[in-house]
Design a binder for this molecule. Structure first.
Ligand code: ATP
Ligand code: MG
Length: 282
């Protein structure tokens, strides 16, 4: 198990630095945002000490958030450093540009200070994650172009997304995208970005058609009854033969979840983690 692995359920774990970009889909109220919080708790406290969701926190993943609904995720503006949480279109462009900038600075730092072939993973650097909640609604906002300014923001948004999905892995900079609709046409998720996900999860009850939109046509769908907080998962390297894994997300008490997330986000600092190395992360 690498330093970047977190448990997703009792039987499935995710090596985030190897299969970093994640797509989480499902109908309204299926548990997408709660699952994002579960991932955040695990990632923010890496490395994980085997069976527990909370790890020791010496390799804390740094988070940036876009939540145009300004709902549960948006609240993180009260705990994360300034400039990391966007709840408006203009701020979303600023946050994603800032995130791309971090990716580039990380790349320069690795190139200038580490031997040829080094990656954020081989150097044991903390990961950076951009979480975009309500992705389809967000893209719809960017696709509505009335003014010249709108057009330029749309261009910046989609080109940043593409750059992050194609170039992020080496630098340990990734995205988690939560969306009610995963299909390429309906969500504004370009197919080249869709191909870069290492983890795809569909939560809550759904019909065959929505599974096919999320996972593609080649996939075999198990006959399982799926409820809120449960789902089917595709994991790069583990489910490549077309089978999906049924799984349960960690259960939380909604009343204490915020406190758990905020505690896990204890080590969110600008600057320090961009160049910090801790020795081989494998
Ligand atoms: N893992 C979980 N543990 C406990 N309760 C959960 C869990 N997942 C979902 N729930 C319950 O279901 C509700 C909806 O979950 P959540 O807000 O994550 O759904 P969503 O898919 O993000 O919905 P929306 O599309 O409206 O944003 C939560 O408020 C909570 O009460
Ligand atoms: Mg949600």
């Amino acid at each position: 198990m690498s330093k970047y692995t977190i448990p997703l359920s009792k039987t499935i774990s995710w090596d985030a630095s190897a299969h970093g970009n994640a797509l989480i889909t499902g109908a309204r109220g299926s548990g997408k945002t709660f699952f994002c919080f579960a991932l955040m708790i695990g990632l923010a406290t890496l490395p994980n000490n085997s069976s527990n969701l909370i790890g020791s926190g010496t390799l804390p993943t740094q988070f940036f958030i876009i939540d145009l609904k300004n709902a549960d995720m948006g609240r993180l503006q009260h705990v994360l450093p300034k400039g990391r949480v966007a709840t408006t279109k203009k701020a979303a462009v600023e946050v994603i540009d800032r995130f791309v900038d971090i990716m580039k600075k990380r790349a320069d730092s690795i190139k200038n200070n580490a031997p040829f072939g080094s990656t954020a993973r081989s150097l044991g650097m903390p990961m950076y994650y951009l979480i975009i909640d309500e992705f389809s609604a967000t893209s719809a906002v960017f696709n509505e172009t009335i003014t010249k300014d709108d057009k330029s923001m749309k261009y910046r948004w989609f080109s940043a997304l593409r750059q992050l999905s194609l170039e992020g892995r080496q630098q340990g900079t990734f995205m988690i995208i939560a969306s009610q609709q995963a299909s390429v046409t309906n969500s504004g998720l370009p197919s080249d970005i869709h191909e870069q996900f290492g983890l795809i999860a569909h939560l809550g009850p759904a019909n065959k058609e929505s599974y096919r939109l999320t996972f593609g046509n080649e996939i075999k769908i198990p006959r399982e009854h799926i409820d809120v907080g449960e789902g089917l998962m595709w994991l790069e390297g583990q489910t490549d033969r077309g089978f999906l894994l049924p799984f349960c997300t960690p259960k939380f008490n909604p009343k204490t979840l915020q406190e758990r997330v905020w505690l896990a986000l204890d080590n969110q600092l600008d600057g320090r983690y961009l160049t910090m190395t801790t020795g081989n992360g494998d």
